[in-house]
Design a protein around this ligand. Structure first.
Ligand code: FAD
Ligand code: DHB
Length: 398
């Protein structure tokens, strides 16, 4: 079966779903193709921190109601080292901006409901996705659905299929300009039933490595610690996990990590990756398909949102004014924000993690950097303004 649309979007993650909503607002038709089931994407545990501009974008798109009701606005984060916490006051340093803790799979539920409600088709459970005719005016996405071969003809393709998806691979390797840094550590993440240990997120540096206390609700907590990326969750009993958190968050302030039943464990790799070739003919990459950050600083989903705001505006300009000017500018404009987020994520990562094989001077530099960040208003402000998120370019045009 062959169908047609204006923009074919591959991937129903935050990038693809937000792009679909933004295009609908502009009167541009699209179809979203997703390889997993709706249940699966609505249950995958990932991010938790929404930047100020991302939360605003969700509200502007009419999908912020549940986030505002069930999410938690945080006005500060804590950096812990040397047995003490040091607070970074976000609104005070950024002219009133905050972050919102609201799980990514809850954002996905809100976005899927809104996309379907406005009549945009999402085909779940597709397979064998293949991109064709990218350098022609009418590219095609070939795929299979419930065993039947299908194709979607479109004017443009939004490659929003994450790091492992087929879109980036459809750009010939010789044309792709890519940068990669693999970190010698990963994050061990858990979800547990416990009360919060702290009112705000704690990013902790210790002699045993990094740890992060985050939250999901008054009764569910999200915690991470730096681990060997080749380690396996089965090597970590609950008792061993709690002992590690207690050791990394040991302090002289008289508080302790609140323990509880652990009901989810996972290990994630840490990379910085950028494919600067965001456009190939009629294909445009956005989100994790084009770039990955290490999780320290919580930038991934937020960078994806920034990309699709620019991309939607560029596509709208094409249909409105019959010009490719905006589309031509998309890579350069998007990359400015992407590189800023990439640098911030690397900077937070190297400041807070022990890296294998590093020398004693590097360790001392890290402590000197942390000391400076918490004691200088200029340095705290630089962290705060990046953490709450720099404004989305083009947001006023959505
Ligand atoms: P994805 O979310 O990867 O979505 C891509 C979609 O494409 C998926 O649904 C996938 O199934 C689909 N797809 C793939 N291949 C195909 C195919 N062949 N055909 C059809 N569909 C396909 N970011 C933050 O901003 N804040 C945080 O606090 C944060 N914390 C994180 C914590 C963890 C543990 C992890 C793992 C990530 C975290 N991130 C965070 C990063 C964030 O989750 C990602 O950057 C974000 O999901 C990127 O969105 P995306 O839509 O570009 O890609
Ligand atoms: C969370 C994830 C992050 O990457 C981060 O920097 C802070 C919080 C979270 O999942 O809550």
């Amino acid at each position: 079966m062959h169908t047609t649309t204006q923009v074919g979007i591959i991937g129903a993650g935050p990038a693809g779903l937000l792009l679909a909503l933004l295009l609908h607002r502009k009167g541009i038709a699209c179809t979203v193709l997703e390889q997993r089931t709706r249940q699966d994407i609505e249950a995958t545990i990932k991010a938790g921190v929404l930047e100020h501009p991302t939360a605003e974008l969700l509200r502007q798109l009419g999908v912020g109601a549940r986030m505002d009701q069930e999410g938690f606005v945080h006005e500060g984060i804590e950096l812990a080292f040397g047995g003490r916490r040091h607070r970074i006051d976000l609104p005070e340093l950024t002219g009133g901006k905050t972050i919102t803790v609201y799980a990514q799979h809850e954002v996905i539920k809100d976005l899927v409901a809104a996309v379907l409600a406005n009549g945009t088709p999402i085909e779940f459970g597709v397979s064998d996705v293949r991109l064709d005719g990218l350098e022609t005016a009418r590219p095609t996405i070939h795929y299979a659905h419930t065993g039947n071969a299908r194709s979607l003809g479109c004017d443009f393709i939004g490659g929003c299929d994450g790091f492992h998806g087929p879109s980036r691979q459809a750009i010939p390797a010789t044309l792709r300009q890519e940068h990669l840094k693999v970190y010698p550590c990963g994050w061990f993440g858990i979800l547990c039933e416990a009360p919060p240990s702290s009112k705000e997120l704690i990013y902790a540096q210790s002699d045993r490595g990094f740890a992060l206390l985050s939250t999901r609700s008054q009764s569910i907590q999200r915690l991470y610690f730096q681990c060997d990326p080749s380690d396996h969750v089965d090597n970590w009993s609950d008792d061993r996990i709690w002992a590690e958190f207690q050791a990394r968050l040991a302090n002289t302030e008289g508080w302790q990590v609140q323990e509880g039943r652990i009901f989810q464990k996972g290990i994630i790799a840490m990379r910085s990756f950028i494919c600067e070739t965001l456009r190939h003919g009629r294909l445009f990459l956005a989100g994790d398909s084009a770039h990955i950050v290490p999780p320290t600083g919580a930038k991934g989903l937020n960078l994806a949102a920034g990309d699709v705001v620019l991309l939607a505006n560029a596509l709208a300009r094409y249909y409105r004014d019959d010009t490719e000017a905006g589309l031509n500018e998309y890579p350069e404009r998007a990359l400015r924000r992407i590189w800023r987020g990439e640098h911030f994520s690397w900077w937070m990562t190297q400041m807070l993690h022990d890296m294998e094989g590093e020398d004693s001077i590097t360790r001392r530099f890290r402590r000197a950097q942390l000391d400076y960040v918490v004691s200088s208003r200029a340095a705290s402000t630089a962290l705060a303004e990046n953490y709450v998120g720099l404004p989305f370019e083009g947001i006023e045009q959505i």
